[in-house]
Design a binder for this molecule. Structure first.
Ligand code: SAH
Length: 459
């Protein structure tokens, strides 16, 4: 039977018990692969030459090495039914449609007709942008105002897929498509309103793992399993499993497993470093954590969120939606890998599996403070229900040519709002720029969480 699953479904053991009983596949504890992957060789050489690497370097090389990184290598199927994981826009068109409607409603709040630019961070297969463009092109208020689409995408392989998906939009109302390596390259022009989406983007960004000790924050690094020198300069972090500071019922973090199963193992640095010290001080929330706390902190996420806030506050203003799995606090054990729709050891086959870590939404909000206003986060379930997913699905079902299509539409939408799965674990944060926006009353964030039987049962 073909196995379809999202990246989030696998790790929430308790919350998703029903799903897991059908779909859960144990992480593979295979014997050490005979030959190392190209990224594995690069990592082992780097460790040999320079010593242990950070989790950030590990993640960066595994996902974004120019030719061998997971997202960069066209041989990796990545997203979709035939890929390693499936995402909300690939499940239902309604997802992108409702995101588009939220963005248009923020634009209408400005009360002034402006040119619009659309920006997406990490557009994957281009499906979400295609659905948003279709929605906006059907609304008289935005139809002729969209001039530019900016796609921030590091992978040339995925850019080619996005271009194929979106090229039909070229030329319509003079619409131009642009690709960028970084959000820094997206222009903010006078008189242009920016609509931005980032879906399952921040979870793919590199993070540093730091641990609070009596000497200050120290970084947990990655060394090779066979590194004989490591014990003399670094304490293996497996010596003392620190308490976890998450209310998420995550699976046992795979990087705390026996080191013999992969070529890598974590080690705690003997001294605080400038990086660990800076990151430990980067949020006032971290100062109240007890000794032994380990947290995943993404400096890249902070920088990009800050830039996002600046972008939607310049020109004629703007609005953004950030959707990802995560919590409103930091966690220390969410690093995981996905391969063939199953959870895998993040130290197994580097470069051949997707890597991900939960998003700390409070950290993003801290990065955005001062430049933009954040709303929520709300659960995806609450956001989509209050944006009218049921009404939209009913309309599509009425228009469906075949009854089976109607059933499929209903099932796909139900999956997005499932109170024990995607609907609960994914969060949606709204961001509105400083220009022309009120600070309160942004629907549906102002309405709060939808409380119903399904949601309550899962608490
Ligand atoms: N938003 C899509 C894809 C999610 S996968 C969806 O929901 O289906 C993550 C996406 O972010 C991929 O397109 C990946 O290539 C891109 N990506 C990851 N790290 C990136 C970075 N540092 N800069 C730009 N794009 C990045």
């Amino acid at each position: 039977m073909f196995l379809v699953r999202t990246r989030l479904h696998i790790h929430h053991r308790n919350a998703c018990r029903a799903l897991l009983s059908r779909h859960y596949v144990q992480p593979t504890h295979t014997a050490l692969a005979a030959s190392a992957t190209p990224v594995e060789k690069i990592l082992l050489d780097t460790i040999k030459a320079n010593g242990p690497v950070s989790f950030a370097t590990y993640m960066q090389l595994c996902l974004s090495h120019p030719t061998e990184g997971y997202y960069m290598n066209p041989a990796n199927p990545v997203i979709g039914a035939r890929g390693d994981f499936i995402t909300s826009p690939e499940i239902s068109q309604v997802f992108g449609e409702l995101l588009g409607i939220w963005l248009v409603s923020q634009y209408l709040n400005t009360g002034v007709e402006q040119n619009i630019q659309l920006v997406e961070l990490g557009p994957g297969r281009g499906t979400l942008m295609d659905d948003i463009l279709r929605t906006l092109s059907q609304l008289p208020h935005s139809r002729s105002s969209i001039k530019h689409v900016h796609l921030v995408e590091s992978s040339l392989a995925l850019r080619a897929i996005q271009e194929k998906k979106l090229e039909a939009w070229r030329g319509k109302s003079g619409l131009e498509l642009h690709w960028h390596d970084s959000i820094e390259d997206v222009p903010a022009a006078d008189g242009v309103y920016t609509m931005l989406v980032a879906h399952e983007f921040f979870d793919a960004l590199p993070f540093h793992l730091i641990e609070k000790t009596h000497q200050g924050w120290k970084e947990v690094l990655i060394t090779s399993s066979s590194d004989p020198a490591a014990k003399t300069i670094l304490r293996p972090s497996d010596d003392s499993t620190p308490p976890q500071f998450s209310n998420s019922p995550l699976t046992t973090p795979s990087h705390d497993r026996s080191p013999s199963q992969t070529r890598f193992r974590p080690v705690l640095a003997t001294e605080p470093s400038p990086v660990s010290t800076l990151l430990g001080a980067s949020s006032p929330r971290f100062s109240s954590l007890p000794i032994g706390a380990r947290i995943e902190v993404s400096a890249a996420s902070f920088r990009i969120a800050r830039k996002l806030g600046e972008l939607i506050s310049q020109g004629a203003g703007g609005s953004a939606l950030i959707i990802d799995y995560g919590t409103n606090h930091a966690v220390g054990n969410s690093f995981r890998a996905f391969k063939d729709h199953a959870l895998a050891d993040p130290f197994d086959s580097p470069g051949h599996a997707d890597l991900t870590a939960n998003v700390d939404f409070a950290y993003l909000a801290e990065a955005l403070a001062g430049t933009a206003t954040t709303h929520g986060p709300l659960s995806q379930r609450s956001f989509l229900l209050q944006m009218g997913i049921n009404t939209r699905v009913a309309a599509l079902q009425r228009a469906a040519a075949l009854p089976e299509r109607g059933v499929a539409l209903g099932k796909a939408a139900a999956r997005l709002v499932d109170g024990t799965g995607m609907g609960k674990e994914y969060r949606v944060m709204g961001v509105t720029g400083a220009v022309g926006e009120g600070t309160e009353g942004v629907w549906p964030f102002v309405a709060g969480e939808v409380q119903d039987a399904a949601t309550e049962k899962s608490h």
